[in-house]
Design a protein around this ligand. Sequence first.
Ligand SMILES: [Mn+2]
Length: 576
Amino acid sequence: MPGTWRVPSPNAAAETRLMQALKIRALTARVLVSRSLTEPDDAARFMNPRLGDLRPPDGMPDLERAQECLEQAIREGKTIGVFGDYDVDGVTSAAIITLGLRAMGATVQTRVATRHAGYGFNPEAAAYFAEVGCGTVVTCDCGTSDHASIKLLRERGIPTVVIDHHQVPSGESPAQALINPHRADNRFPFKGLASCGIAFYLMAALRTRFRAQGRPGAAQWDPRELLDLVALGSIADVVPLQHENRILVAAGLRELQKQQRPGIRALAEQAEVHPDDAVDATTVSFRYAPRINAAGRLGDAQRALDVLLATNETEAKERALVLEGINKERQRIQHNVAEAAFEEAEALIRQADGEVPAAIVVGAKDWHVGVVGIVAAKLVDRYGRPAIVVGFENERGRGSARTVPEFDLYHGLKAVGEHIEVYGGHAAAAGLTVRFDRFAGFREAFVQQAARVLGQARIEPAPVVDAVAELSELDIDGVLELERIGPFGNANTQPLLALPGVTATAHRLIGNGQHLQLSLSQGLAVGDAIGFGMAGAGPSPGVQVDLLGFAEINRFRGRQNARVRLKNWNVSAEVS
Ligand SMILES: [Mn+2]
């Protein structure tokens, strides 16, 4: 339907108040109001995220006990073992604890999970830490449910500190300290921290404690230098960029931009992130995170940790080069699995006489389980249906599921639980194992379940936009002001704008003819738009259209200009 969209709760009085109090433009005020930031004080704090506004960690259970435990190990000169999970949050948390503890005088041994040993803190790793004589162990982004490994350490007199944000099972943890926002007795008001954020809080608290005691070392060290790692882990883990996360990530992105850490400098070189490029959540998601993740996906996340912990330029460059090789290999494997998965999906569609099934479930014997999640996400993008991709090793397959907002994976898998062995995860992403001889039955049941849920079809709702804008508002200052609502990401998405009644005056294809570039006009105002992958799909020149899109600054070779990134367009309903 042309020209239909919804704007949540417009409020002219609140907009005027914000414009006057914050000295901001009307468009920025409209977006803030649509996000329920109607009070000038709240909006001002939101627009200026400052580390000073982080709430003290009061109410985080066991934070005190964790500090005591670490302090004792440092005082007694005992080695502290640090263990991290194999994804970006796990690796960066382990790096934060390692670097923080070392800066405060500790001897640290760090290991990260390997894919073959499986997710989490495994007994092998626990035994290793005991063997090398660790006095205390810290687990990062795992450990909440790894009771057996932690018990094994406790029996040998080694206390464990757990830093984690996964769901807490019932029953008491054998850990000396369990810092996890999902604990029932947690009183810290924001529960959305990633493990790297919690790790940062612990290191900052320990440093404050040591400084009060007058310990040498603690005074010179500034925990803020760890924030680049917090930004990496938080964005990669897709935690909501609200409250404390917003403050930590905003500061962390600035830290990342500076490229102070040798490992980040080396990674940036490999990922072609130039020192004067603006660093935002997209830079993390598409440049840094895939490289850090690649090591864990293909087997050994230690290669990624090595890069982050490198202490000099030479070491960092060597290690980043090794990681880049692993990433290239990951890309090759992913490409092959994706091709095969798309072929299988197309075969399923042919079997259904051209109709796309309610869910896409594909699997094969040699598909690498390290990339099945990424490939499932690609299937969701292409077909707009929930998708499951399974890699079989002998008779057992490990799969990964991704979905559309209308279908909850956790409930969906639960409904067909009889066909699979193990499953876990949440609404948006899940993992499962299934036997080869049960796969066909599982697929049938899952597709039926998806058809039941998605079949309760609703009429496609009108898109919800953050604000209706005029082209004249999207000049460079206007867009720069909108950018202050960022960092954009999960739970704080880039504002979606509606621009009714705009005329495209000129077309141009760029990027090997894939992308569409438009010149726009509206009254006296002119502007530019870009439609990525929209070649041949744009509005005809001279026709008045309603655009949906995002305002952005295009930065290229030191120059910047404002433009609209097109999401969608329609011929205007009322052409006069
Ligand atoms: Mn995590």
